[in-house]
Design a protein around this ligand. Structure first.
Ligand SMILES: Nc1ncnc2c1ncn2[C@@H]1O[C@H](COP(=O)(O)OP(=O)(O)O)[C@@H](O)[C@H]1O
Ligand SMILES: [Mg+2]
Length: 442
């Protein structure tokens, strides 16, 4: 009976907790959370509440409970060096060290590494620490994307056409970013359709998991502000209808080359999730960014499909033996929809901001799976916070059926909440297929 530590408190970690609990090894789960997630708590032997910068509390909890290994869900504890702290106590982790987590925490580090090792996929880009040469570079680009160098919770990137229009606006936004942070990346804007390729990596071997498409925008038809993610879907064949097989192969090859580059560059094997955000363009797959952990919501699409024992998968990652295990996923479709507070993602003057003490009721979600995110379980009921509240997942043989199941589940959540109707619909997918056909007709 292995004792396993889970760090994190979102719906992604609820899905991880569930995958651990399904193991034939009869694991005992110990969960360290920033806020009490009732779903994770119900699957745990013991929980401890605390901040993700309190490494002493995390290692103390791990030691006390004779933890065999840890799974780190979110990026914050990775950025704080929780894996290094656990390693120094002799505890292995699924999750990279602080230095390797720069894959996510510094978009400049990753762009430079990809470029140094001549790995394909980068846009034209330049990193600026002051305004020298900025205007000339901006002038040389057809479309502009601006990225602050650091964690921004998925809400820091500025895209021409969405967040600003003119080159002058771009320059003024860059100046603004430079007054708050040390550097800013300016890069070429790609046209295409995005896909998430979450890979498992033990430092040498890279194993892909089913492709997922996330939906960052708050409202239907990809309108409104960017969010942490409103939902996602995946298909029974584990690919996306708007992609060519070569897009996936290219994304996987970029990830393999990058895993090797990380080892070469740091001397340290990357053990954990390498989640590549890619965009299929007229010239093939291009790299938007990497995350150093599963996506939230994307973890909810793939972990429930995992046929292989997740505890065994984790052990193979940590031992550097991913080449010795066959990892399989069910050939099923999934649709995940996030139930969020009505004002989620909106500025305060448009009805955003935290709903003061809004209560929700969970009815019968039917065949859907329910993963808790930011909710507060009080004595008299379940309360919303200002973030995404509950992830609802439908799983079935077809996408249409999976969506139906997810929609039934979502409707069982009563209160001042909202969700995106269009995720996983034929109309939305057709739009993406048409877009790809228009940019690469042959
Ligand atoms: N070079 C690019 N070309 C076109 N769109 C981009 C580019 N880089 C980022 N984006 C858009 O901005 C979004 C957020 O950028 P990303 O690099 O994934 O950062 P984060 O997830 O940290 O916000 C992407 O999902 C994509 O829609
Ligand atoms: Mg992203």
């Amino acid at each position: 009976m292995p004792n396993i530590l889970l760090v994190g408190n979102g719906a992604r970690e609820h899905a991880i907790a569930e995958a651990i609990s399904r193991s034939k090894q009869n694991p005992r789960l110990f969960s360290y959370m920033k806020a009490n997630n009732p779903g994770i708590a119900s699957l745990s032997e013991k929980t401890l509440l605390g901040g993700y910068a309190d490494l002493a509390a995390i290692t103390g909890f791990a030691r006390e409970n004779k933890i065999e290994f840890a799974v780190i869900g979110p990026e914050d504890p990775l950025a704080n060096g929780v894996v290094d702290a656990l390693t120094s106590c002799g505890i292995g982790s699924v999750g990279p060290s602080r230095s390797l987590a720069r894959l996510e925490t510094s978009k400049a580090f990753t762009r430079n590494l990809v470029s140094k090792y001549r790995i394909p996929g980068n846009p034209r880009y330049k990193i600026f620490t002051d305004t020298n040469g900025m205007e000339a570079f901006v002038d040389s680009l057809e479309g502009i994307v601006i990225k602050p160098d650091g964690l921004t919770g998925g809400k820091g990137v500025l895209v021409q056409g969405d967040h600003f229009s003119t080159k002058d606006e771009a320059l003024s936004l860059c100046r603004q970013i430079l007054s708050d942070t040390a550097s800013v990346i300016i890069e070429e804007k790609f046209d295409g359709e995005e896909f998430s390729l979450q890979c498992l990596c033990d430092g040498k071997t890279v194993i892909p998991t089913p492709l997922v498409q996330d939906h960052k925008r708050r409202f239907e038809l990809d309108r409104g502000p960017n969010t942490g993610g409103m939902g996602s879907y995946s298909l029974p064949d584990h690919t996306m209808p708007f992609l060519r097989p070569s897009d996936l192969e290219e994304g996987l090859e970029i990830t393999r080359l990058l895993a090797a580059a990380l080892l070469e560059e740091t001397g340290e094997p990357y053990k954990g999730v390498m989640y590549g955000g890619f965009i299929a363009t007229k010239d093939g797959a291009r790299l938007l960014e990497y995350n150093a952990r599963f996506g939230d919501p994307e973890a909810m699409n793939i972990l429930p499909l995992l046929k292989t024992d997740f505890v065994e998968v984790c052990r193979h990652i940590i031992a550097g033996e991913l080449d010795k295990i066959n990892i399989e996923f069910e050939p099923l479709a999934t649709v995940c929809k996030y139930v969020v507070p009505e004002g989620y993602g909106l500025p305060a003057d448009e009805g955003g901001g935290p709903p003061a003490g809004a209560r929700i009721e969970i009815g019968d979600v039917g065949r859907a799976r329910l993963y808790y995110s930011s909710v507060d379980q009080k004595d008299d009921g379940l309360y919303l916070s200002s973030s995404r509240a509950i992830g609802i997942v439908g799983i079935a043989k077809t996408l249409a059926e999976a969506r139906l199941i997810a929609d039934e589940g979502v409707r069982a959540i009563k209160g001042p909440v909202s969700y995106r109707q269009d995720i996983g619909t034929d109309a939305l997918i057709r739009k993406r297929v048409e877009h790809m056909k228009a940019i690469r007709p042959k």
